[in-house]
Each structure stands twice: as structure tokens, then as C-alpha cells.
Ligand binder design. Structure first.
Ligand code: ATP
Length: 366
């Protein structure tokens, strides 16, 4: 049988970006190289703050074309605090990619396996496994970069549309159904909003209820964002799929990363109808760039999400298995507590953390 061939656009980005991208591509190449069912080709797409400083362009048309023609987009982190547009805002081509490709569903899985790393006190047999879905094209980010600012007043617009909300909620209900089928959750979606104060959020919740009525097999409930922040610390194991507006999701996803022991372990995906970008939740971490101590695990886990997405879209079960293998290997490595980078309390370099995962993957293949 001829295997499936996929082209991956790679934005290696700024700061620690290139340092965590290289080992991620090596891991993916190793997995695909020992599998007859699929293979991967990587195409570099230059963009970001350093590229802007060199060329005056942050997201060249050629890179956008490469991304548009690829089967999936893998991105590390972009932006540097010292490189800014003339109006003072940071270079964030990842946000432009979300808008350009209509990537409305920001998927942020939060997983702490039994015995995993978390600042919470958990019972020995307790685990955390929920997914936060952050709307990623509108909400309070709608006027990002174009808000009105005068000497006396500043205004930004929160925009919520029926079209995007319907797709967002349909995506959330499908994810809950898939997780239930996979034995990963009870099949429940929680809409997180502030419907008691803002009409826009009552509108958001109203659409959620409409989509919920079309999905009678999945439980649905709603919660206010402030209470949700409290519950995510007190009882995160109670949640399955949460879906929320852009800004609320931005904040809660960092809370989720905190539950997992830090940004170095938090993967994400921005998914639309056709395209998807996979990238770690963290930024370019310029404070540790070039020192060989960046944690590559969040990017490995994002790459596993990419394999899963491609596998589901093109029906390639072997890629799903590889995604599981990669995810479980990283989780086992974290639980073992050896060969961890300094952000997780270890002394390993990026290269050593990568090598430990690569060795286990190779052994798992024999
Ligand atoms: P952004 O606004 O782009 O998300 P940020 O300035 O909020 O970026 P990060 O760049 O994510 O934040 O860095 C926050 C802190 O976490 C820094 O101290 C950084 O060194 C640390 N950090 C982030 N990612 C990693 C990683 N992969 N490995 C180790 N430390 C990391």
C-alpha cells in the first residue's frame, strides 16, 4: 500500500523557537521514518520578530503561501520584546495566521496523569484531563492593534458572531463526543462566559444552548468565568470540555498550563474548517534563548496533537498510535523525574531531554 504523504509548514520563529523546533522535527522524522503508512516533508517558513528586524516583514507572502499549501502548520513561538512595530505593538504573526486561515478553535488540552507534576495536592489515584477551547479570531481580540486611543480614553471592541460561535460550539460538542468514544471523558461541554453582566455573553450562551439541543447525547452546562477560575484550581478533575471567548480563554489556558507544572508542558492547536496550526502555549522565552536549556516537551506534545489531527482528517490510524506513543513517552519522562530541563526542576539541557525521549521512542519501535 502507498503511504500517505504530508507536507508540514514549519515556523521556527524567535528566541528559543529554533532550539525546540529542531528536536521536534527529528522526533517526527524518526516516527514517520519507521512507519510505512505515512511520511512527512518539512518546509521552512521564515517569519517573526527577528525576520522583521532583518527585512521589515514579519509574515512574508511566500511564507503565507507555504502555510496555505501545507497539510498542517507547526509553529514554535514568535515575538521578541525589543522588536516592535512603529505603533509599539509586538510582532505576532501567529495571531495573523489565526485570522487569515479562520482558525476559530484554540484547543488547549490540560493533562496531569496519575503521579504527574502539578502544584496541586492530589490524591494518589487522581488525574486531570480536560480540554479548554478558546475562540481565537474575535471576542475581545477583535480590534487588537486597532483600538482607539486618545489622551483621555481608550476603547477596544468585543465582537461575538453567530457564524463563528455556531462552528465553535459544534467543534466543542464533537470533541466531547470523540473523547467519550475514546474513554477519555463523560461527554460534557461547559460554556464559560459572563452572561450575568454582558448582553454579548448572553448571546454567546444562547447560541451554545441552541447547539447543545442538537447534541442531546452530550451533557451541557454553563459557568461564569470568575467561578471557573476558582474551580479550575479547586477541582479541575471535574471538567471535560470547556469552551469560551478569546480573552477568557487566553487567561484560563495559562491557568491550565500552571496546573500541568508550567508552560514548558502545555501544548496547543488552533483549528479551523480546513487549516490548523500546532504550537506550544509558551512564548519565545528570550530570557533563556541560546542557553540550551529550553524545555522542548510542550512542542513535542503539540506535534503529537498535529499527528492526531492529520490522522483523524485523513483516516491514518498509524499516526494516531504514534501521537499516543509520543504523548505517553513525554508524560512518562516527566513522571520519572529524570532528564528534565531546569523549568521542571531538573538540570538537563534541551538536547539531553530530547535524547531521553528519542531513546524511549526508538526502544518502543523495536
Ligand atoms: P508571550 O506573550 O509570547 O506568550 P511571555 O513573555 O508571556 O510570552 P514566555 O516567553 O512564554 O512568556 O516566557 C514566560 C516565562 O516562562 C519565561 O521566564 C520563560 O523563560 C519561561 N518559559 C517559557 N517557555 C519555556 C520553555 N519551553 N522552557 C523553559 N522555560 C520556558
Amino acid at each position: 500500500m502507498m503511504g500517505h504523504h504530508f507536507t508540514i509548514a514549519v515556523f521556527e520563529g524567535d528566541g528559543i523557537g529554533p532550539e525546540i523546533t529542531a528536536p521536534t522535527i527529528e522526533i517526527l522524522t524518526k516516527l514517520a521514518g519507521t512507519n510505512r503508512d505515512y511520511d512527512l516533508t518539512f518546509v521552512n517558513a521564515p517569519a517573526g520578530a527577528a525576520h522583521y528586524a532583518r527585512t521589515g516583514e514579519s509574515l512574508p507572502a511566500e511564507s503565507l503561501r507555504i502555510a496555505g499549501e501545507a497539510d498542517a502548520i507547526l509553529l514554535s513561538a514568535m515575538g521578541l520584546p525589543d522588536v516592535r512595530y512603529p505603533d509599539g505593538t509586538e510582532i505576532s504573526p501567529q495571531i495573523e495566521l489565526r485570522k487569515h486561515f479562520g482558525l476559530y478553535a484554540g484547543v488547549r488540552p490540560v493533562r496531569v496523569p496519575v503521579g504527574g507534576v502539578t502544584p496541586l495536592k492530589m490524591a494518589k489515584d487522581q488525574w486531570i484531563d480536560f480540554v479548554l477551547i478558546r475562540e481565537s479570531t474575535e471576542g475581545l481580540f477583535f480590534t487588537q492593534g486597532t483600538g482607539e486611543v486618545s489622551h483621555d480614553e481608550a476603547r477596544e471592541t468585543l465582537r461575538i458572531t453567530r457564524a463563528v460561535s455556531e462552528k465553535l460550539f459544534a467543534f466543542a460538542f464533537k470533541m466531547a463526543a470523540d473523547r467519550k468514544a475514546y474513554g477519555r471523558g463523560p461527554g460534557r461541554v461547559t460554556c464559560v462566559d459572563k452572561a450575568n453582566v454582558f448582553r454579548a455573553f448572553a448571546f454567546f450562551r444562547g447560541i451554545f444552548n441552541e447547539v447543545s439541543a442538537q447534541n442531546p447525547d452530550i451533557k451541557a452546562d454553563s459557568a461564569y468565568v470568575d467561578a471557573t477560575a476558582l474551580w479550575l484550581v479547586q477541582k479541575p478533575w471535574d471538567f471535560d470540555v470547556l469552551v469560551t471567548e478569546n480573552m477568557f480563554g487566553d487567561i484560563l489556558s495559562d491557568l491550565g498550563a500552571g496546573l500541568m507544572g508550567g508552560l514548558g508542558l502545555a501544548p496547543s492547536a488552533d483549528i479551523g474548517d480546513e487549516y490548523a496550526v500546532f504550537q506550544p502555549c509558551h512564548g519565545s522565552a528570550p530570557d533563556i534563548a541560546g542557553q540550551g536549556k529550553a524545555n522542548p516537551f510542550a512542542m513535542f506534545l503539540s506535534a503529537a496533537m498535529m499527528l492526531d489531527w492529520l490522522a483523524m482528517k485523513h483516516n491514518v490510524p498509524a499516526m494516531c498510535k504514534d501521537a499516543d506513543l509520543l504523548r505517553l513517552t513525554v508524560e512518562a519522562q516527566v513522571a520519572a523525574g529524570t532528564t528534565l530541563t531546569p523549568d521542571l526542576g531538573g538540570t538537563a539541557t534541551t538536547q539531553e531531554a530530547f535524547q531521553a525521549v528519542a531513546d524511549i521512542l526508538c526502544a518502543g519501535r523495536k
